[in-house]
Design a protein around this ligand. Sequence first.
Ligand code: DAT
Ligand code: MG
Length: 138
Amino acid sequence: MSNRTFTMIKPDAFANGHSGAILDMIVKAGFRLVALKMTSLSSQKAGEFYSVHQARPFYSELVEFMSRGPIIAAILEKENAVADFRKLIGATDPAKADPGTIRKLFAASLGENAIHGSDSDENARTESDFFFSNLERI
Ligand code: DAT
Ligand code: MG
């Protein structure tokens, strides 16, 4: 599982019609889709997913944003998946993201930054299990 990571196309990017372009970039960067679904998060589920940030001042804003509309969740496979994917999406704040990264291209702000990428192998597993059963993975 250490060659896998988890991603979500967030409600801003979905609503702005960027899902197809983002998935295309991900696949062209060499990631294989292992699981894929369109869904949406209740505020309770969004709060659970981001519970590590519970004490941060932006938590309620984050939960509200993440439960605002549809998202696309996916498990991705590639050698060095977690680190390579963080590189592909760019810095959390799109203003600081490198040119050509997904957040630089598609995100408008720090709070609404188009895409999620797991930050460790352990979180990739936890986050994948949060969204997908074994039957939903190849
Ligand atoms: P990342 O998504 O790059 O792993 P993170 O885990 O630190 O970043 O934060 C999770 C999300 O919370 C992030 O994608 C956007 C939001 N966020 C982080 N820091 C923020 C801040 N200072 N103000 C508003 N939203 C923030
Ligand atoms: Mg994070």
